[in-house]
Design a protein around this ligand. Structure first.
Ligand code: AGP
Length: 621
């Protein structure tokens, strides 16, 4: 998730663009840049690292001009560097592009463009768009038929994007068309701000809210030719579109969270998009080296793996437990999972035939980094599942599978967890297929169900109001027990972690079968017990665990599969979830637990996004 800003008008363009980027910094911050058209010359200024680095460059040599773009980057393709920072230019350095999203077919497009003489300066997918538009402008010129420059740029961008597959919010300036911007949107947000004699462009409204509240939100497949007096709109098929402005009521603080009161709630509701980004272009074909293409694992490595050892901390560790189930059940691959803080201080039995999988959202967790170093000293290959390109984990690992969930600002991890689960499904699916341990029919069924996960999460998020009622009922609880079995045991401990870390309620997660071995002694009428009782091979077992707790006065909350009649009378509160296969159920089952933790913490007046004693990234041990 990156931040894009654009401006056409008479204000000091450098200040407007930098101020807009500052207000979008939560969307990504590993490099930043801007491009302006000054007297028909294109000027690009870029800096790696924090936005302040760009600001000092612009302060030293101010920019001017009637149209310009800015970008703050959350790297997806290509590590954070000045060369990979946006904006990206064409060969002639006459046009500049900023982009938020992923161009899935950039490798093939880049090869075609290189073959016709285009020279690339970066590792990014975005730069391909700049050269593609340059090529289409050249084509339009050859066709003759004088178009005013802005219309020519609009048509060139439209034709170029017709060749692109993937997600983009994209904006272009061209020295040949001073005073205009062309913008386009598919799957990533882009909004215009309409001022008096000036027009703004941004990924989110906070970038221009101080200038205007009149906004026009672009829809998928739409393009805009933006000038100081507003914009005209087109669809990718060339048809003109008329669009009505809306008035944004949010204040800046709310706008930064897209209208949600907290980043955690925003990120919980971003999970459908997050899992879409993680899975994009990574499910099919089953036997064609997705892991080689997407994680850089060399052909032949998979056949040499005799065991997997997963290391991670906190929520990422809980995802790893799910990963263990998936790898052993489908790939028949022996898999261990361990907190990195334990792994790093013992003599683990790993060797060159072990694939160590290090899971981390931030990529800066000290224990996980140390675990990677220990693994490499033992000769093991290390694959990271990480959300942060260019982080220490990804620079230490041998191969990297990025979750592409965008920056996660809330300390309590939500969308990153869903991205980790999705990535572990992809790993298990393709390991199993590559090793010939997964019948194609089973593999295709798994792919089909994974493809439906965004909609299943959307459907589950509709439980929010019901969960809020539940939160009101339990907000003053002093303890909570979460229980689950097999692949939902990690869901139970993750649900407990969510609750304890933001509401400060003492919450524990247990394998449901463990209750009789001690925890049942805790259960009385003051103890809420949340049971994950969705459809599974062990449903009857969890049902009896619920009866044990109920019999001792426990206050039972049950997650069950929609239409499940066997729970009647067994629980005080029931949340019905959409039916999914057992091995995929943690992806759906964790949603109400995230929402329950959020609402209880909010009702208790806790600082949901920055809970006491905790940091978003534990960079010290
Ligand atoms: C989860 O909600 C916590 N914020 C914490 O447990 C976190 O998952 C853990 O610190 C690991 O962080 P990482 O994924 O960035 O390595």
């Amino acid at each position: 998730m990156c931040g894009i800003v654009g401006y056409v008008g008479r204000k000091d363009i450098g200040s407007v663009l930098l101020d807009g980027l500052r207000r979008l910094e939560y969307r990504g911050y590993d490099s930043a840049g801007l491009a302006v058209v000054e007297a028909s010359q294109l000027r690009i200024v870029r800096a790696v690292g924090k936005l302040s680095n760009l600001e000092s460059l612009v302060r030293r040599r101010p920019v001017s001009g009637g149209a310009g773009l800015g970008h703050t980057r959350w790297a997806t393709h290509g590590r954070p560097s000045e060369a990979n920072a946006h904006p990206h230019a064409d060969c002639a350095r006459r046009l500049a592009v900023v982009h938020n999203g992923i161009i899935e077919n950039f490798v093939s497009l880049k090869a075609e463009l290189s073959a016709t003489g285009h020279r690339f300066r970066s590792e990014t997918d975005t730069e391909v768009a700049a050269h593609l538009i340059e090529e289409r402008l050249r084509e339009l010129e050859a066709e003759g038929g004088a178009r005013e420059p802005g219309a020519a740029l609009l048509e060139a961008v439209r034709r170029a994007l017709s060749q692109v597959r993937g997600a983009y919010a994209l904006a272009v300036v061209w020295a040949g068309a001073p005073g205009v911007i062309v913008a386009a949107k598919t799957a990533s947000p882009l909004v215009l701000g309409l001022g008096e004699g000036e027009t703004f462009l941004a990924s989110d409204v906070p970038a221009f809210l101080k200038h205007t509240r009149k906004a026009v939100f672009l829809e998928d497949g739409e393009l805009a030719l933006v000038g100081p007096e507003g914009a005209r709109f087109l669809r990718l098929d060339g048809r003109a579109v008329s669009k009505e402005p809306a008035v944004v009521e949010w204040d800046h603080n709310l706008a930064e969270k897209a209208g949600y009161r907290h980043f955690m709630l925003k990120e919980t509701h971003e999970q459908p998009q997050a899992i879409e980004n993680t899975l994009r272009n990574r499910l099919l074909p089953l036997h064609d080296g997705v892991l080689e293409r997407e994680a850089g694992m060399p052909p032949g490595l998979i056949a040499s793996i005799k065991g997997v050892h997963i290391v991670a901390c906190g929520t990422a560790y809980h995802a790893g437990i799910v990963g263990k189930y998936l790898l052993e059940r489908f790939a028949r691959m022996p898999a261990q999972v361990e907190t990195a803080s334990e792994f790093r201080y013992r003599e683990p039995l790993i060797d060159p035939a072990t694939l160590v999988v290090a899971i981390s959202q931030s990529g800066e967790t000290a224990d996980t980094i140390a675990a990677i170093q220990l693994a490499k000293q033992a000769g093991a290959k290390v694959l990271s599942i990480c959300n942060t390109v260019g982080s220490t984990v990804t620079r230490s690992a041998d191969f990297n599978f990025y979750t592409h969930c965008g920056p996660e600002c809330g300390v309590a991890s939500t969308k990153a967890f869903i991205g980790q689960l999705a990535a572990l499904n992809v790993l298990a699916l393709h390991l199993a297929a590559s090793l010939g341990r997964l019948p194609d029919a089973e593999g295709m069924a798994w792919v089909e169900e994974l493809s439906r996960m965004p909609d299943l999460i959307r459907e589950t998020l509709k439980l929010d109001a019901q969960v809020l009622d539940l939160a009101r009922y339990y907000a003053q609880a002093e303890h909570f027990i979460f229980i689950g079995r097999t692949v939902n045991y990690p869901t139970a401990i993750e649900g407990a972690l969510k609750l304890k870390e933001i509401s400060y309620i003492h919450a524990e997660g247990y394998p449901a079968g463990e209750m009789k071995h001690g925890p049942l002694a805790l259960v009385d009428e003051t103890m809420p017990v949340l049971a994950i009782a969705t459809r599974s091979a062990v449903f009857e077992k969890i049902l009896s665990n619920m009866e044990e707790a109920k019999a001792r006065g426990g206050r039972l909350i049950a997650l069950c599969t929609k239409g499940e009649a066997r729970l009647t009378g067994k629980a005080d509160h029931v949340l019905e979830l959409p039916a999914v296969s057992e091995h995929l159920s943690p992806i759906v089952n964790i949603i109400p637990l995230q929402l329950l933790a959020y609402h209880i913490a909010d009702l208790r007046g806790c600082d949901v996004d920055q809970p006491r004693n905790l940091a978003k990234s534990v960079t010290v041990e």
